[in-house]
Structure formats: structure tokens, C-alpha cells
Design a protein around this ligand. Structure first.
Ligand SMILES: Nc1nc2c(ncn2[C@@H]2O[C@H](COP(=O)(O)OP(=O)(O)OP(=O)(O)O)[C@@H](O)[C@H]2O)c(=O)[nH]1
Ligand SMILES: [Mg+2]
Length: 487
């Protein structure tokens, strides 16, 4: 998500970081770079113009504070403006009516049907009962698809393969929900390749029949400006109440996410971040701004962790780390947990500077499987006493796991570094420690394995965590020297 935009903005911040203070000329340079970065990210031209203008004004008007570097000031200004662009606060669904009726509309293949199930699962987590209505009646496969998804998440689906009237079926859905005391109705609709009169007319009829509380446009983020103009069309025709931006996982530019709200004046309420039902998130403009700026999204990570991680287990892990009895069995458990949370890459991307690790060689999406295979090829004793893993053992483990001696060696090394690091409580350790008493942090710090690229520091300190973008992750040589002198 946003990788290419983040990368470009970070270069701008780095360039300005070394300078004494913000001046008219370095502001001009920085804002020019920001402008280019946003245009390349496929943000609407008018929006870019306005955005850059406001950043420039903010920079010129900023009070000179000696303790805050120009880079940090610029990050703060851009952060605030990004947040404003995406809508300040999150926009919750209007669920005040019983049943609340949510209609999903959008072009062909944008993810409407999948999103119906994602949204249903999301609402179920909040203890709201849901009825799904199969409103895409033209393709039997679409009805099957929703029924299968409904079974998967255990949510009832109303479908009708005979009646050819979507509005009537939708109305029946609302009546059924009212009768059965279900609190939410989510209506799937048919997509078209383009917005045409027939589609709009049909959607208007459904709208008139059920008077939805929410008409959500499902738009594919990867389409960039195209998605924005589609949203504008849908909004003019149907007066949508919000947007769900799907396939954010495949969108490295972010043009749609940054433009849609300003163009349509309707908020993005949720995002789709993968094909699975749980790959769905509430859209938080502030967290998104933070992610775009490469500062991670600790809050979302903590929430995800709270959902997936057993607190008692986490506390046990923390204790083991403290006593240094954390072994490969525990590590294996951590790796599995990480997979539950959406995999190594998705977790890393939520950490300040973590996106840089996710891009490193060897991070190919299979690292957790590889690590698991290696650990499973160890004997019980090797798992509990990693120090005993000598060369002949490494060779045997490599053969058993179908990996290489180097890979085994690397994992053992990473593991012992992780133990040391957790003891020292570096930046990542502190963040993770604060999160869950050291649980998941273990596996993550292990992955970093001391190979954190240089120059990742210098991002503004994360509130409450005290560190600076990973710069404490592996103490630099300079710091070590200083320490020696003091001793
Ligand atoms: N990577 C990724 N894929 C997604 C996401 N949302 C949906 N998809 C995939 O996009 C494809 C189309 O999804 P559908 O839900 O069938 O789309 P639709 O809008 O209902 O399509 P039509 O009914 O044909 O108009 C499927 O392969 C989904 O798995 C997402 O957030 N990320
Ligand atoms: Mg569909």
C-alpha cells in the first residue's frame, strides 16, 4: 500500500532534514518534490495544486522552533494536510435504523460481492446480525458466490433464481430482516463494465424500494483517477453516502485514496486489503497519513494483535523473554501468530520503517513458511537449546527442511540476536513491548536480524515510544564508541 509514494516523500524529507531551517528556497524545493510525488501517485491535478499550496503556506507561517528540525516540521505539516485531505476523522456507517439497509454498488469486478461478505463479517464482530441479499440476479454464478461466502462466515443469504426483479428481492430482504429481527441488510448488486442508463435505472429502483441508509460505492483503488471519475459519476446519479476502496493491497500509488473524498465530498469508510474475508479495515485518515509518510500504523497493528493474540500467551512469552528461556518452540508459535495477522509483510508495513525491511531481498512472502520448515526439522533438544545447533546439525536441518545450510545458519543467528535485542529493549522491542508484553515483537525483531538498512532513522519520534524510526534497532558504531568512552 502506497509504497512508491512513501518512498518518494521520504527522499524529500531526508533532503530537507540536514538543513538548518525552513527557508523560502528550500520550501520551494521540497514542495516541488511533493508535487511531483503526488502527481506520480496519480492524485487529481487540482487537488495536488491546492495541497502543495497549503503545505507551502503552512511552511512559511511555521514558527521557528529550534528543537524541531525542518524535516520534522515538514513531516508534521504534510501529515496534517494529508489527514485533512482524506477526511480528518473516520466516518462510521449509519446504522441507526432497524434494520439498517446498506446497498453496495459499483462497476464490474471491483469487489462488490466479496465486500458484502467482508462487511457482514465486520459487523458480526460488532455483534450485529446481518442478512445478505443476492441482488446480482443476472449471473447465477454471482448468486452462488454470495451463498458460498455467506456459508463461510455463517451469515444468511436471501436469493431468488426465478424472480427477475432486483428491487422486489431487495424489498423482500428488508421485510425478512424486520420479521426475523436481523439488524442489518446488505444488498449486493450487479456490476457493469461502464456506467450506463440501464444500470443506474435499476439501482434507482432498488433505492426507491428499500430506502437504504447507506449506498456505498465499491471502487478499485488500483484504477487511480479512473476510480475517482467513476465515483463522481455514481455520486451524481445515486447520491452515494460513502466509498469502500478495494484492492488497496495492490495499489502502490494511492491516487484514488487521496482524491476520492475531495472530488465526491463523500468519505472513504472502509478499505479492502486482500482477497480473504478478514482483509478489510475501517478507513482511518490519520493512520493512513501516517502510513503514507512511512511512519507505520502502530495503532492498527495493536488492534490486530489484540484481536488475534491471546493475552495470557503474550504475557507468558514476555516472561520467557525476560528470563531468556524463549526458545525455537516459542518462536514457531510467534511465526504462526504473525501469519494469522496477515503475514510478515503486512505486519512490517505497519511498523515505522518496517516497509524498508519488507522490501529487502529474501522477503518474498514465503519467509514464514521457510522459517517454520526449518524449525520443524529441528529435534526437540535443538529447539529448546538453540546453542547446540552446530554445523553437522545445520546440514541435517537444511536437508530436512529443503532449505540451505546458510538459511538455517541465518535463522539461528537471527534468533540469538532477537533474544539479545529483546533483553536490551531497542526501539522495536520497546514498541512491541508496549504492545503486548513482547509477544509478537520477538518474531519481528528476529526478522530484522540486525540487517536494518542504514539511514532509516530520523523520522519524527513516535509519541510514547521514544524511538526514532528504527535508528535504535541496531546501535550504530558511533554510539558504541561513545559508550566506550563514557566507560
Ligand atoms: N487483492 C484483492 N482482491 C480483491 C479485493 N476485493 C476483491 N478482490 C478480488 O476481486 C475479484 C472480484 O471480486 P468480486 O467481489 O467478485 O467483484 P464484483 O464487484 O462483485 O464483480 P461483479 O459481480 O462481476 O461485478 C475477486 O477475485 C476478489 O477476490 C481486495 O481488497 N484485494
Ligand atoms: Mg459480484
Amino acid at each position: 500500500m502506497f509504497e512508491s509514494l512513501t518512498e518518494k516523500l521520504q527522499i524529500t524529507f531526508k533532503n530537507i532534514r540536514g538543513l538548518g531551517k525552513l527557508s523560502e528556497s528550500n520550501i520551494a524545493d521540497a514542495t516541488r518534490e511533493i508535487r511531483l510525488a503526488l502527481l506520480e501517485a496519480d492524485v487529481n491535478y487540482e487537488i495536488v495544486k491546492e495541497f502543495v499550496e497549503s503545505v507551502k503556506n503552512d511552511c512559511l507561517g511555521v514558527e521557528v522552533v529550534k528543537t524541531v528540525s525542518p524535516g520534522e516540521q515538514l513531516v508534521k505539516i504534510v501529515n496534517d494536510r494529508l489527514r485533512e485531505l482524506m477526511g480528518e476523522a473516520e466516518a462510521p456507517l449509519d446504522l441507526s435504523r432497524h434494520p439498517a439497509v446498506i446497498m453496495l454498488v459499483g462497476l464490474h469486478g471491483t469487489g462488490k460481492t466479496t465486500t458484502c461478505a467482508k462487511l457482514a463479517a465486520h459487523l458480526r464482530k460488532e455483534n450485529r446480525s446481518v442478512l445478505l441479499v443476492a441482488g446480482d440476479i443476472y449471473r447465477p454464478a454471482a448468486i452462488d458466490q454470495l451463498e458460498i461466502l455467506g456459508r463461510e462466515i455463517d451469515v444468511p443469504v436471501l436469493s431468488d433464481r426465478i424472480v427477475q426483479d432486483v428491487a422486489a428481492i431487495a424489498k423482500r430482504g428488508v421485510d425478512q430482516a424486520r420479521r426475523e429481527g436481523l439488524r442489518t441488510v446488505i444488498i449486493d448488486t450487479a456490476g457493469r463494465l461502464q456506467i450506463d442508463d440501464d444500470m443506474i435505472k435499476e439501482l434507482e429502483r432498488v433505492k426507491a424500494a428499500v430506502d437504504p441508509t447507506e449506498i456505498m460505492l465499491v471502487a478499485d483503488a488500483a484504477l487511480g483517477q479512473e476510480a475517482v471519475s467513476v465515483a463522481d459519476h455514481f455520486h451524481k446519479a445515486l447520491d452515494i453516502t460513502g466509498v469502500i476502496l478495494t484492492k488497496m493491497d495492490g495499489d502502490s500509488r494511492g491516487g484514488a485514496a487521496l482524491s476520492i473524498r475531495k472530488v465526491t465530498n463523500r468519505p472513504i469508510k472502509f478499505i479492502g486489503v486482500g482477497e480473504k474475508t478478514e482483509d478489510f479495515e475501517v478507513f482511518h485518515p490519520d493512520r493512513m497519513a501516517s502510513r503514507i509518510l512511512g511512519m507505520g500504523d502502530i495503532v492498527s497493528l495493536v488492534e490486530k494483535a489484540a484481536e488475534k493474540i491471546d493475552e495470557e500467551e503474550a504475557a507468558k512469552m514476555a516472561e520467557k523473554l525476560k528470563k531468556n528461556t524463549f526458545d525455537f518452540n516459542d518462536f514457531l508459535q510467534q511465526i504462526r501468530q504473525m501469519r494469522e495477522m496477515g503475514g510478515m509483510e503486512s505486519v512490517l508495513n505497519m511498523l515505522p520503517g518496517g516497509a524498508n525491511i519488507a522490501k529487502m531481498p529474501g522477503m518474498d512472502g514465503n519467509e514464514t513458511e521457510r522459517m517454520e520448515a526449518i524449525i520443524l526439522s529441528m529435534t526437540k533438544k535443538e529447539r529448546s537449546k538453540p546453542d547446540t545447533i552446530d554445523f553437522p546439525r545445520r546440514k541435517r536441518i537444511a536437508q530436512g527442511s529443503g532449505t540451505s545450510i546458510e538459511a538455517v545458519g541465518q535463522l539461528v543467528k537471527q534468533f540469538s540476536m532477537l533474544r539479545k535485542m529483546m533483553k536490551k529493549r531497542g526501539m522495536l522491542g520497546r514498541v512491541m513491548g508496549a504492545m503486548m508484553g513482547g509477544g509478537l515483537g520477538g518474531a519481528l525483531a528476529g526478522m530484522g536480524g540486525g540487517a536494518m538498512p542504514a539511514g532509516m532513522g530520523g523520522l519524527p519520534p513516535m509519541e510514547g515510544f521514544g524511538g526514532g524510526g528504527g535508528s535504535n534497532f541496531t546501535p550504530s558504531k558511533k554510539k558504541k564508541r561513545k559508550k566506550k568512552k563514557r566507560r
